[in-house]
Design a protein around this ligand. Structure first.
Ligand SMILES: [Zn+2]
Length: 198
């Protein structure tokens, strides 16, 4: 089988969090601590706009069908061609559960019944918070979108641990397996430390 190739352009380069120009008036920004604040911000000294940057929320689902877990193989960077739980950045004006269901639909096209909140993971070094819900898949019919090369169900003992896309996905799946073994699902809130070695 030929190795799938990442889409063109094949690089992954999100815009930096610090800004150069004001989004309101186009003037060059200054990096300074505003009055009554305690940390550096990108401030427009022309129109006064302060460009606050805050953590981003990633929301996803642990989709279960007859004790199997649905995973998606990524067709996009970062981590092209690795397996992930359906998840992604929340959009503005949507709720957590709406975002989770939207990502589920976009990446796997599976019909699910949303269950309980399952993991809440602070990832301060990536400036993100990741949240996963449990969900029951209502039909094995899948219709993955363009962000997914392949979506399929895995038995719990065949999860591709060494080909998972993100550490929050591994951490969420580990807790799912433990709770499933214990017959009781909790809500797991924890922090992800930076990786110390590559
Ligand atoms: Zn400005």
């Amino acid at each position: 089988m030929t190795q799938p190739q990442p889409p063109v352009p094949s690089f992954y380069f999100p815009a930096p969090r610090s800004q150069t120009y004001c989004s309101q008036c186009g003037s060059k920004l200054s990096r300074l601590i505003p009055d009554d604040d305690n940390r550096m911000r990108d401030v427009c000294t022309h129109c006064g706009a302060v460009h606050y940057q805050n953590p981003r929320n990633v929301v996803g689902i642990v989709p279960i069908w007859e004790n199997k877990i649905l995973l998606c193989r990524r067709a996009i960077e970062p981590r092209f061609n690795t397996w992930t739980l359906p998840a992604g950045f929340m959009e503005l004006n949507e709720t957590l559960s709406e975002g989770a269901l939207r990502e589920m639909n976009e990446e796997a096209g599976a019909l699910v019944e949303l269950g309980q909140l399952f993991t809440v993971i602070s990832v301060p070094y990536a400036e993100q918070v990741h949240v996963y819900y449990l969900a029951k898949v209502l039909s094995p019919a899948l219709d993955p979108g363009p962000e997914t090369l392949e979506a399929r169900f895995f038995e719990l003992d065949e999860i591709p641990w060494d080909q998972l896309a993100f550490r929050t996905v591994s951490a969420t799946l580990e807790r799912y397996l433990t709770d499933q073994k214990n017959g009781q699902f909790g809500i797991h809130e924890f922090d992800m430390a930076p990786q110390t070695s590559v």
